[in-house]
Design a protein around this ligand. Structure first.
Ligand code: 1HN
Length: 352
């Protein structure tokens, strides 16, 4: 039986039509009604398109080595395969705020000196004999080394050794581009002069003394390289004394030795030992996390999904997604996120 439209349905239709006409009119003046979009803008919990993801080093390694056949470092400027978050395709983002990529440098190659506003870190995965030169210090790269390239620091890489060398690059580039503050420049020369030997800044600034007169406030660490060979025994000390966090394991935070602050204002990093058989308690925080496996094997449950990992795998936990680590054997996880930026803005939160 046909039913005549009720007056209420009619009235509703008229209201909608009147509103739409009003919105169309406002749009001509570059204005729009907040009440139509408010719920999407102010969500009761963090909303992200970033997805949990894992890159297996077996795949990464064979693909990046293949890049060595198709392009030189000179042609590419940097031979990097971008780790694209599956929820953020085509955006060169591993999380909403951070870039990650895998870089390969072959024996005999040089990646020319340049600098940019985006800060970078390198976490060395495989191969020996390469260096990265940062602000006049020549840092030799070995598995597990954590190397800082701060905002506007000149940096070039080279491989005078015999093996391909691969590392994880993480940059705050999406954050810099969010603020639309990117600058970059190249230099005349290919390589910067390095009058500081490997380890110079670590010994100068992280030995319990500071060069007299050095500033007490620095928003970035003066240390260029935090070598794995120096960090790993500290994890062992924490383990030996039972200083093992129920969520994170025996964990150290990479610190600015001048003031205890984060290594960079935009990115902070940790190194954690998970004892064999570790079953972490669930944890979540508003900073999306990038993990790289330095040692061991295990499984991390992210938002209910298991991700099995082994050495040199990289995986991502999106903001505010619950995760929980399990270690089949003793493992060491490196992690990095935008937590210092969130803390500086007073918006960082954690929970279980
Ligand atoms: C960069 O300068 C390097 O210097 C690596 O090794 C990755 C990704 C985006 C923009 C600049 C490097 C980069 C990058």
């Amino acid at each position: 039986m046909a039913v005549a439209a009720s007056p209420t349905a009619d009235a509703k239709h008229n209201i909608q039509a009147a509103r739409q006409a009003y919105y169309d009119k406002a749009a001509k003046f570059h204005m729009a009604p907040l009440w139509e979009v408010l719920k999407g803008l102010v969500t009761p919990e963090p909303k992200t398109r970033c997805q949990p993801a894992l890159w297996k080093f077996d795949d990464v390694k064979s693909l990046i080595l293949e890049a060595g056949d198709v392009i030189t470092t000179e042609e590419a400027e940097r031979r990097v395969l971008v780790l694209e978050n599956p929820g953020l395709p085509g955006q060169s983002r591993v999380t909403h705020s951070l870039f990650a990529g895998i870089q390969l440098i072959l024996p005999g190659e040089i990646a020319d000196v340049h600098r940019h506003v985006a800060s970078a870190i390198r976490f060395v995965l495989e191969g020996e004999g390469a260096y990265t030169a940062v602000e006049g210090e020549k840092a030799l790269m070995n598995h597990g080394d954590f190397i800082i390239t701060a905002n506007w620091a000149p940096h070039d890489h080279g491989n005078p050794g015999k093996e391909p060398v691969m590392w994880l690059d993480v940059l705050d580039m999406p954050t810099i581009n969010h603020f639309e503050t990117s600058f970059a420049e190249h230099f005349e020369e290919k390589m910067q002069k390095t009058n500081h030997a490997d380890g110079d800044s670590f010994d100068r600034y992280a030995s319990g003394v500071l060069p007299d007169g050095s500033p007490a406030h620095l928003n970035r660490t003066p240390v260029i390289n935090y070598p794995y060979a120096k960090m790993r025994p500290i994890l062992q000390r924490l383990k030996n004394t039972g200083d093992i966090d129920k969520r994170h394991g025996a964990r150290v935070r990479y610190a600015n030795p001048v003031n205890g602050g984060p290594v960079l204002p935009t990115m902070g990093a940790y190194l954690a030992l998970l004892p064999k058989g570790f079953k972490g308690e669930p944890y979540r925080s508003t900073d999306g996390m990038i993990f790289a496996v330095a040692e061991g094997t295990g499984t991390t449950i992210i938002d209910g999904q298991p991700f099995d990992w082994k050495v040199n795998d990289v995986f991502v936990v999106p903001p505010w997604k619950r995760y929980q680590h399990n270690a089949a054997e003793e493992a060491v996880l490196f992690s990095i996120s935008d937590r210092p930026a969130q803390e500086a803005l007073g918006i960082w939160r954690e929970g279980n």
